[in-house]
Design a protein around this ligand. Sequence first.
Ligand SMILES: Nc1ncnc2c1ncn2[C@@H]1O[C@H](COP(=O)(O)OP(=O)(O)O)[C@@H](O)[C@H]1O
Ligand SMILES: [Mg+2]
Length: 260
Amino acid sequence: MAQQQKLLLEVRDLTIQFGGVVALDNISLEIYDDEILGLIGPNGAGKTTLFNCLSRLYRQDSGDILVKGESITSLGPQDMARRGIGRTFQNIALFETMTVIENVLTGGQFGMNSGLAADVFGGRKVREQRAETRDRIMHLLELLNLADIADHTITDQNFAVRKRIEFARALAAKPSLLMLDEPAGGLNREEVHHLEDLIRQVRDEFKVAVLLVEHHLNLVMKVSDRVIAMDFGQKIADGLPHEVRSHPQVLEAYLGEEVA
Ligand SMILES: Nc1ncnc2c1ncn2[C@@H]1O[C@H](COP(=O)(O)OP(=O)(O)O)[C@@H](O)[C@H]1O
Ligand SMILES: [Mg+2]
């Protein structure tokens, strides 16, 4: 399915070294519109490094990254939302003293953070835009099961809820690509199950491509349209989930690891 779709993001021969460690070794890959692409690999494979290069937190030593045909390697992390790239963090980063909805709104660059009831004295167009935003954000909160706690502060929320809030915040910016770094980390079995449904639902409803970076193999295999496996900074397999799962190099890379 993915292969017939439009190319959204392209990584070309990306290399980055930290001291003597080649964290990414000439890696190339493509991400297509609306696909769920799983990125797996044992600890230290380079998944987070790739993620950080894509969100421009790390600058590569060589190679290129193109979004919709345009290189983004001269841009910084603050430019990514405008390019349609959204992300969540492996260690959650929310504003503790703000409410759930205020946190979600910070993702959207709406220029409004005074709550949804904020009245509007602007023209009809502004009112319409605000109404559209309000409907969209409410829909987002409902989908992520956050509507009931929209006005609660972050401090009171548990880990799984915080993950959903971060998810909602990333989606508020209407990304064309949503990057999730280990979203299953720290979740229990039931929460992981819920996350599987959620990722598919989000892709279907928001027509967004998802890059799912995850150590949790079962989750990736169930949810992804396509899977890329990495080891030692290189791509070792790229194909349908069942193909990648049974790939000899993937089995070898995960040998001796507890396969979740
Ligand atoms: N900021 C950094 N400084 C030094 N080494 C790093 C840094 N980021 C990643 N690395 C190294 O790069 C390799 C890949 O790490 P990482 O991308 O975090 O792997 P993964 O996310 O697949 O577990 C590891 O050897 C790691 O120690
Ligand atoms: Mg990592």
